[in-house]
Design a protein around this ligand. Structure first.
Ligand code: ADP
Length: 269
């Protein structure tokens, strides 16, 4: 188990009468991609910030491999890539920006080129000014600045927001690579249900500070009645395959991409 929330309760302010999160118990497995989804105000950011150690639980513990992240030097175990991370750069050029993170976590600078390779950028980008980079490149540099200290768990808040199709695809493939080739545990907060269906192994559905569903993606999206009750959409591909099953009596294997879906339709119709 990579991350465990043990009896976690949280108030935004000590003056709040009630807990926003109340007695949450959760185990997020190692080397998985886990998505967090819910309406605006459901508590996604609050949960992400607790998982990332930015907010400390009012009660309870957050453990990574049995160690309380709020007691030990947890920073090295967790990386957070914020929404629009490129708006939070500290330095002027790429080299200094990544070195800034390296210095903070006492990592040798020679790792710089290694992390650029992981995110698919050439060494010559190191001398570029940050404000001369494209949005996609900026996002990759923000991810490289997290990878430089090699955290075990990486949290992404809306990782593809504001990116065009090509850059969105790049980030999706990179995140999958971080799990499959570099053994990271990934947690993604997103509004984009289609994206989470494509990428995640597991899914947490939040409503009003409560976890209403948690499990592997397919079993979560099987809970049609609960999803309806909380007004959570199901992925468009799944909606279509369910429609074919219910209205046309055509049963397709679960498909994650349009290409898989087209192949399945040709195979069956
Ligand atoms: P989401 O990310 O799902 O939109 P948030 O975690 O940002 O939800 O917010 C959950 C709830 O907590 C909202 O009602 C929000 O207004 C409230 N909230 C968030 N941060 C604070 C804060 N610092 N002080 C008081 N209330 C807050």
């Amino acid at each position: 188990m990579a991350i465990v929330l043990k009896n976690v309760s949280y108030k935004h302010s000590p003056y709040d009468k009630e807990y926003f999160l109340s007695n949450v118990n959760l185990e997020i497995d190692d080397n998985k991609i886990c998505g967090i989804i819910g309406k605006s105000g459901s508590g996604k950011t609050t949960l992400l910030e607790i998982l990332g150690g930015i907010n400390k639980p009012t009660d309870g513990e957050v453990l990574i491999n049995y160690v309380d992240i709020n007691k030990e030097d947890y920073r090295k175990n967790i990386g957070i890539v914020f929404q629009f991370p490129e708006e939070q750069f500290f330095e002027i050029d790429v080299k200094r920006e990544i070195e800034f993170a390296a210095k903070n976590y006492h990592v040798k600078r020679k790792k710089l080129k290694e992390v650029l390779k992981v995110v698919g950028l050439e060494d010559n980008i190191l001398t570029r000014k940050l404000d001369s980079l494209s949005n996609g490149e900026k996002r990759l540099i923000a991810i490289a600045s997290v990878l430089i200290y090699n955290p075990k768990v990486i949290l992404f808040d809306e990782p593809t927001i504001g990116l065009d199709y090509k850059n969105k695809k790049k980030i999706i493939n990179l995140i999958k690579d971080l799990k499959n080739r570099y053994d990271k545990t990934i947690i993604i907060v997103s509004h984009d249900i289609d994206l989470l269906y494509l990428m995640c192994d597991d899914l947490i559905i939040l409503s009003n500070g409560k976890i209403i569903l948690y499990g592997d993606v397919d079993s979560v999206f099987n809970e049609i009645d609960i999803l309806k009750k909380y007004n959570i959409q199901i992925p468009r591909i799944l909606k279509f395959t369910n429609y074919l099953k219910d209205k046309k009596n055509i049963r397709l294997l679960p498909c994650k991409t349009i290409n898989d879906l087209i192949k399945e339709v040709y195979r069956n119709v």
